[in-house]
Design a protein around this ligand. Structure first.
Ligand SMILES: Cc1cc2nc3c(=O)[nH]c(=O)nc-3n(C[C@H](O)[C@H](O)[C@H](O)COP(=O)(O)OP(=O)(O)OC[C@H]3O[C@@H](n4cnc5c(N)ncnc54)[C@H](O)[C@@H]3O)c2cc1C
Length: 319
C-alpha cells in the first residue's frame, strides 16, 4: 500500500489502520493531506488521511475497519458545497476516483432510457453524455459543479428542477458496509437533502431520461450556462449558494441584498456584489472568515426580517 506524507505527522491510529487494511487496501493513503485543493472554496486545513478505495468491496472493508478502530470518516465528492475547517478534518476522507465513475445505459424504451451512473462521475460529464445521446432531463444541471454522488446527496437543483425528478433509485452503502438499492419511493428526498441517515454513502444513481433532440438539448444547456455566467460570480472561489432559500416570497439572495450586505467582507471572505447568496473567497479567506461572515449575515437578516437563514453548504470539521 503506497503511503505518502510526513511520517512524523501520522495520527495515533495510523499503525492500527495500516495493520488492519494491509490485506485489502490497494488504493493509496495520503497522510496529512491539505484539503483546500479539494474544495471550490479553496479553504480547509489537512485531513488526517485521504483514501481512494478501488471498488465497493474495498470500500465496505474500509468503513468496517474504521468503525472497528473508532476512526471518523466522511465521503467527499468534488468539494463544491462544503466549508472545511482551518484546523482540518479528523480521521479519513474517502474520495471516489476513476474507479467509481462509470456511466451505463441500462435499458432503452421508445420514449425513455434508464441510465446507471456511479457516484464519482462528474455531473458535467453525465450532462454531456446524456446530451450527446439525445437523452433529456438533466439540462438543469448544466453548469452545476460537483460529482453525481454529491448531487444526489445534496439533491442539487436549479431552474425549478432537482436530482430527485430524474432518479428512479440509488444504491447506497450503510455505515457497516452493507449495500442496497433503494427505490425513489422508499427515500425521503427534500430541498437540498436526500434524507438518508448520517454515514450513508451514495454509490450510484439510476436515472430515467426522456428521448430528445441532441441539438436542442445542447442549446438549452448552453443557455443555462450563459445565465449562470451573468448571475453568478463564477470567476471567484465559492461554494455556490451559501444559504437555503427560506419558506416565503423572498429568496436568501434577495433578503441579503435587501439588508444591504452585498460587498460586506470579513477578512478574505465577502458577500458577492454579483449575487448576494454567494460568499466568495477573494483570495486570502480562511474558513474562520467565512464562518464569521456567515454569522454576521444571519444576524442582520434575522434582525431586519425575522428570518433565520440556514446554510446550504456543509460545514465540516468545525468544533
Ligand atoms: C459556482 C457554483 C455553483 C453552484 N450551483 C448550484 C446549483 O445551481 N444548484 C445546486 O443545488 N448546487 C449548486 N452548487 C453546489 C454544489 O455544486 C452541489 O451541491 C453539488 O451537487 C455538490 O457535489 P460535490 O460532489 O461537490 O459534493 P461535496 O461538496 O463534495 O459534498 C457535499 C456533501 O455531500 C457529501 N457527499 C458527497 N458525495 C457523497 C457520497 N457519494 N456519499 C455520501 N455523501 C457524499 C459530503 O460529505 C458533503 O456533506 C454550486 C456550487 C458552486 C461552487
Amino acid at each position: 500500500m503506497p503511503v505518502s506524507g510526513a511520517a512524523r505527522r501520522l495520527p495515533p491510529w495510523a499503525a492500527a489502520f495500516q495493520e488492519a487494511t494491509a490485506g485489502f487496501l490497494r488504493g493509496g493513503v495520503r497522510w496529512h493531506a491539505p484539503m483546500d485543493g479539494y474544495t471550490t472554496f479553496k479553504v480547509g486545513g489537512p485531513a488526517e488521511a485521504i483514501v481512494l478505495p478501488r471498488d465497493r468491496h474495498e470500500l465496505a472493508l474500509l468503513v468496517q475497519t474504521l468503525a472497528a478502530i473508532k476512526v471518523p470518516w466522511l465521503v467527499l465528492g468534488r468539494g463544491s458545497n462544503v466549508v472545511i475547517a482551518d484546523e482540518g478534518l479528523p480521521g479519513v476522507v474517502i474520495l471516489f476516483g476513476r474507479d467509481f465513475a462509470k456511466i451505463e445505459l441500462l435499458a432503452e424504451e421508445a420514449e425513455s432510457a434508464v441510465v446507471r451512473v456511479e457516484a464519482g462521475c462528474a455531473l458535467a460529464r453525465l450532462v454531456g453524455w446524456a446530451v450527446k445521446r439525445g437523452l433529456a432531463g438533466l439540462e438543469f444541471a448544466a453548469g452545476i459543479p460537483g460529482s453525481v454522488g454529491g448531487a444526489i446527496v445534496m439533491n442539487a437543483g436549479a431552474w425549478k428542477k432537482e436530482m430527485k425528478d430524474l432518479l428512479v433509485g440509488v444504491t447506497v452503502m450503510d455505515g457497516q458496509g452493507a449495500i442496497m438499492t433503494r427505490r425513489l419511493e422508499e427515500m425521503h428526498f427534500a430541498y437540498r437533502s436526500w434524507g438518508e441517515p448520517r454515514g450513508t454513502i451514495a454509490l450510484e444513481g439510476f436515472f430515467r431520461l426522456q428521448k430528445g433532440d441532441p441539438l436542442a438539448l445542447k442549446t438549452i444547456c448552453g443557455e443555462h450556462r450563459q445565465r449562470r455566467k451573468v448571475l453568478q460570480p463564477q470567476h471567484m472561489a465559492s461554494g455556490g449558494s451559501f444559504f437555503k432559500n427560506p419558506a416565503g416570497q423572498k429568496t436568501a439572495g434577495q433578503l441579503i441584498d435587501a439588508a444591504g450586505l452585498k460587498g460586506r467582507a470579513v477578512g478574505g471572505a465577502m458577500v458577492s456584489p454579483v449575487h448576494a447568496n454567494f460568499i466568495v473567497n477573494t483570495g486570502t479567506a480562511t474558513a474562520r472568515d467565512i464562518m464569521e461572515l456567515m454569522r454576521m449575515v444571519q444576524q442582520v437578516v434575522l434582525e431586519k426580517f425575522g428570518i433565520a437563514l440556514e446554510p446550504e453548504v456543509k460545514i465540516l470539521g468545525m468544533k
